[in-house]
Design a protein around this ligand. Sequence first.
Ligand SMILES: *[C@@H]1O[C@H](CO)[C@@H](O)[C@H](O)[C@H]1NC(C)=O
Length: 188
Amino acid sequence: MASRVSCPSPPRLLHCLTLLLLLFSTFHASDAATALVEKVCRQASSYSFCVRSLYSDSRTPEADEYTLAYISVGVAYSNATSTQRYISDQLKSIEVSGSSHRDQQQRLQICSRGYQRAVSALVMAHNDLDSETFFELARLAGKASSGAGDCKAAFKGIPPPTALAKGNQDLMHLCEICGVVATLFSGM
Ligand SMILES: *[C@@H]1O[C@H](CO)[C@@H](O)[C@H](O)[C@H]1NC(C)=O
């Protein structure tokens, strides 16, 4: 016999409906981006990376342009600072182990300076948003991205640590997203 739907009595029916609603909203959040996020992410080099990154912030489903600008800068900022932390940890462990990694140390110092520039550019971008200034966002995002680019270039010819390669690439992609978000304000 075909199985019956098991939602007979009114209280259980309510349970079922709640469950369905929960399921629906979960699928909705992971499958469908808002029109605004879609508009932004279509212009990014990786659509899925873009959607995933923006949705790492719980405000994204309700975000307008302005909030999305904060979110994109915030995601890039926290990515940049965690890669920055990784770089300084690596430098510290080289210091502890002596000077046999001179070459690696020099490359990491270039990265350290690059990420310093990147983080301060993103702080500036955040401050600009606080004062509702949007015209600098694209430039500052570009500056942050070039900090990651400098780090990538420092490892030219030899493979960088995997975490660093990913950090550089992620930050460049996240800055690209900030740049696209900036275009939402052009003409304001
Ligand atoms: C950087 O952002 C990407 C995309 O949101 C994420 O997958 C990655 O885990 C982040 N990395 C760090 C170190 O925060």
